[in-house]
Ligand binder design. Sequence first.
Ligand SMILES: *[C@@H]1O[C@H](CO)[C@@H](O)[C@H](O)[C@H]1NC(C)=O
Ligand SMILES: *[C@@H]1O[C@H](CO)[C@@H](O)[C@H](O)[C@H]1NC(C)=O
Ligand SMILES: *[C@@H]1O[C@H](CO)[C@@H](O)[C@H](O)[C@H]1NC(C)=O
Ligand SMILES: *[C@@H]1O[C@H](CO)[C@@H](O)[C@H](O)[C@H]1NC(C)=O
Ligand SMILES: *[C@@H]1O[C@H](CO)[C@@H](O)[C@H](O)[C@H]1NC(C)=O
Ligand SMILES: *[C@@H]1O[C@H](CO)[C@@H](O)[C@H](O)[C@H]1NC(C)=O
Length: 482
Amino acid sequence: MALRCVAALSLLAVAAGRFQGFRRGNVLHDPPQGAESEELWFTQRLDHFNGADSRVWKQRYFTNDAFYQPGGPVFLMIGGEGPANPAWMKEGTWLTYAKEVGALCFLLEHRFYGKSHPTTDLSTSSLRFLSSRQALADLAHFRTVMADSLGLSNRKWVAFGGSYPGSLAAWFRLKFPHLVHAAVATSAPLLATVNFPEYLEVVWRSLASESADCPVLVKQASDALAERLKDPKTFENITKDFKLCSPLQIQSESDSAYFLETLAGNFMDVVQYNEDNRGFEGVQGTNVTIKVLCGVMGNTSMGDPYSRYVAVARLMMDTFSMKCLDSSFNNYVRDMTNTSWDGPAAEGGRQWVYQTCSEFGFYQSTDSPNQPFTGFPLGYQVKQCARFYNISAEEVAEAVAQTNEYYGGYNIRSSRIVFPNGSVDPWHALGITQDITAELPAVFIKGTAHCANMYPARSQDLPQLSEARDHLLLLLQQWLKR
Ligand SMILES: *[C@@H]1O[C@H](CO)[C@@H](O)[C@H](O)[C@H]1NC(C)=O
Ligand SMILES: *[C@@H]1O[C@H](CO)[C@@H](O)[C@H](O)[C@H]1NC(C)=O
Ligand SMILES: *[C@@H]1O[C@H](CO)[C@@H](O)[C@H](O)[C@H]1NC(C)=O
Ligand SMILES: *[C@@H]1O[C@H](CO)[C@@H](O)[C@H](O)[C@H]1NC(C)=O
Ligand SMILES: *[C@@H]1O[C@H](CO)[C@@H](O)[C@H](O)[C@H]1NC(C)=O
Ligand SMILES: *[C@@H]1O[C@H](CO)[C@@H](O)[C@H](O)[C@H]1NC(C)=O
């Protein structure tokens, strides 16, 4: 399900079972040293769609006025499905744009993530107040109140976001055109879909672009592993091979699906963020790239493909300083059903999976033949909606259809929204990859991954990535003149 890229963006990479932040102990979003930025709090309504409900809560935000020039525009970075990371108030391409155009910058954390807690717990009845629609209404209210209190009403506001918040940026402009002048919707999936097998198809192609046999070897390895899971005699060896925290037990299809999905996750995460400059966000393991994984998979002196798959898993565990791998589906269910704000999935895993069940789907299933993995079909993922939130498969399908009805999917009709799109990023499969109109342009960046254009520039960036960043600035400058 993970989408994340910025500021708590993107869990999307985490399909239902793989909320990285929580599986790997917060590696994604610990702000780096020296990145502390003052936390500010905004009084927000709990339910924007019921005028009779006057309950309020405090939403966290950050600001940076270092580049602001009187009369300049206002940039609003939209938080996503994890804690808002104040590192984005110090670095990131949007700040270089802010400097160019003299913008005042805000980052608003998404309700229910990070420290923005609208309710006392994460029970299913509390989560009723978690939706993209409520989040957009939060943004609208924040925009309106801030503009009034700071005298910024006649300034041009520009929304930024990457991944799910990229979709929010586009939809904010779509639904509140009187409040937002333009939007940069990076790596934004605009079409909700229950089944998203295309994600793993892009993973195949992205691995193949490193070496043609890489995804083939991954497929052989994951098939071999799935085969072994059918024979309990192999479990002892598998437990040792993958350094499992407790002896492997496979009692249901969910047990094996969860284990296979966890291991596939090593590849999915690396592909999604390949060579992105995420180090400044405090992210570890950014030197593990497609090249590194395909190097291991192609190394004939490391035994058969299964053994190389084991080596990849161990490499990832070393990278994230994990002593053992928890492959237990029961533990996962226990964590995901804990409704406390102190619970193990409260950083965002429980909330994001709820949004997939109640709005977006996005299940990165193995249902396509043209992808490298085995064993985690759509049915396994959708079942979790019932298990965690009592949402049935029919309800998921209806909710996803409603989402597309409400936002328009690919048929979005608006203006001044740009859609940057990285070819390596599996999420581009649900994004806008061709200009819709001159006012709704796409920017395609060959060879880059999820949200690449948002990260700080560096000397080794691909020339097309630097060009895309420059192009986005030009567009913004043009749009701000209107
Ligand atoms: C377990 O691994 C050992 C050592 O590699 C091997 O000899 C043995 O056949 C394996 N057992 C099974 C059941 O695969
Ligand atoms: C990545 O960098 C860390 C820290 O410098 C190092 O220990 C590790 O071996 C590197 N991993 C790879 C795959 O290069
Ligand atoms: C392949 O694996 C062997 C054994 O682990 C290792 O010594 C060698 O450096 C690897 N080769 C490459 C090209 O990484
Ligand atoms: C939820 O998680 C918290 C923190 O880890 C723990 O103290 C609590 O016992 C858990 N609740 C349940 C019902 O497991
Ligand atoms: C689950 O949902 C069904 C149908 O909406 C409802 O009848 C039932 O009471 C719910 N169960 C729980 C435990 O909330
Ligand atoms: C976006 O990416 C896709 C897939 O790589 C590519 O086919 C498409 O041409 C790109 N879109 C644009 C507008 O360049």
